[in-house]
Design a protein around this ligand. Structure first.
Ligand SMILES: C[S@@+](CC[C@H](N)C(=O)[O-])C[C@H]1O[C@@H](n2cnc3c(N)ncnc32)[C@H](O)[C@@H]1O
Ligand code: SF4
Ligand code: SF4
Length: 369
């Protein structure tokens, strides 16, 4: 078999069930299916992932903490020396603290969702906040994940003040994927997006904003789509992007109940993604100076708003149109100098990927110049 990239990051969507039904949730169409991976399936999967170079496993779902074998599954991964992250709504964290014990639980990394009270189950909001503080005080690595939408934008200060007061990292998604329950929620207009980004940067600089690079004006940690990350769905299907698969069940590379993970990792689904070139994407991505650091941003949001897997991110498309039509206040645009170069590249009929410019963008984003 040819050389394969390291599978650094394995996401296990351990169950399709959840104890909530959030109004933005992309996974909601699967709640009725009651799929759940067994401990034997997880152990075999983790062993195979280690052979492919895996160093970190993320348990998510649905809600991973409602899964029967979650404590045993985490314990198994820790015993193999893996980093373990649990992405959770935060209500049931005691199950892990009690199941693993206060010493072992310190090794678990938590990504706990907190989007204020209106996006979640209101009666649990205080419990979630208390649990975030609790795992942080136990010594666990914890970050808060927030999705901002029109439903919770008026809770903006409460949400980010909470993470700042408690000195806890906060990762903010400024666009939701319009799938599952999220189909019924409209996205922000471009002026609203830019205003929120500006306010976040000025008032809550500790917040990491997940946006295409041209808008965030900052270096983002990429999801590693197809290249070094893979996701296993609650029914054993394997995909490069679960939010897409929750919406489009046929978007899969194989199934761990029938095939070896190595064969799935080497399959056409992953190969096609690894072979994608910038020019395969639609404009503006195809002619974007941020390409090397952005790689087209979130494919779930882009494909569900644009209709194709390689459609542009809606932010970038609307930003480009708004600038060309003089419909946007330049004061709102972060990094105007680079945005101007971005527009110039897109408008250039002879655009060619420019390694030097890419280098400049990366260094600027890293604040090296
Ligand atoms: C699907 S949930 C699964 C884990 C857990 N139940 C939780 O809520 O954290 C994982 C993350 O995706 C976010 N999420 C859910 N629906 C989304 C959507 N339509 N667009 C973007 N993020 C979404 C959640 O807010 C959460 O931070
Ligand atoms: S976002 Fe998480 S907690 Fe909310 S319904 Fe979806 S899976 Fe459940
Ligand atoms: S145009 Fe495409 S590659 Fe460029 S910043 Fe936007 S999403 Fe990223």
């Amino acid at each position: 078999m040819e050389n394969l990239p390291i599978l650094k990051d394995l996401h296990i969507r351990i169950t399709s069930s959840c104890n909530f039904n959030c109004p933005h949730c992309y996974a909601a169409d699967w709640f009725g299916d009651k799929f759940e991976l067994s401990i034997e399936e997880i152990k075999s999967l983790v062993d195979q992932a280690i052979e492919l170079g895996c160093k970190k496993v993320t348990f998510t779902g649905g809600e991973p903490l409602v899964a029967k074998c979650i404590v045993e599954a985490i314990d198994y991964c820790l015993s193999k020396g893996l980093r373990v992250e649990v992405e959770t709504n935060g209500v049931l964290v005691d199950k892990i603290i009690e199941g693993l014990g206060k010493e072992k639980v310190k090794k678990v990394e938590f990504a706990i969702s907190y989007d204020g009270v209106k996006m979640r189950d209101e009666k649990f909001a205080k419990q979630v906040r208390d649990n975030i503080v609790k795992v942080s005080k136990l010594g666990c690595d914890v970050k808060i994940q927030t999705v901002l939408t029109k439903l919770n934008i008026d809770e903006f200060d409460d949400i980010f003040q909470f993470s700042r007061d408690n000195n806890i990292r906060n990762r903010c998604f400024l666009a939701h994927s319009p799938n599952g329950n999220g189909k019924n929620l409209s996205l922000f207009e471009i002026k609203e997006w830019l205003t929120i980004v500006k306010k976040l940067k000025e008032k809550y600089p500790h917040v990491i904003v997940e946006l295409p690079d041209v808008l965030s004006g900052g270096m983002q940690k990429k999801c590693g789509w197809g290249v070094h990350r893979c996701e296993v769905m609650p029914n054993g299907d394997v995909t490069s992007c679960a939010p897409i698969t929750f919406n489009k069940r046929e978007f899969i590379a194989g199934n761990i109940k029938k095939q070896k993970l190595k064969d799935i990792w080497a399959s056409k689904h992953f190969k096609d993604i690894r072979n994608l070139k910038q020019s395969d994407f639609e404009k503006p991505c195809s002619k974007c100076i941020y390409w090397k650091t952005c790689l087209g941003a979130c494919r779930s949001i882009s494909s569900s708003t644009g209709g194709k897997l390689l459609s542009p991110h809606p932010f970038c498309k609307t930003l480009y149109d708004a600038i060309k039509e003089n419909k946007i206040d330049r004061e709102l645009i972060p990094n105007t100098e680079l945005v101007d170069a971005w527009i110039k590249g897109i408008d250039d009929d002879n655009f060619k990927p420019n390694e030097e410019l890419y280098e400049l963008v990366v260094r600027k984003q890293h604040k090296l110049i």
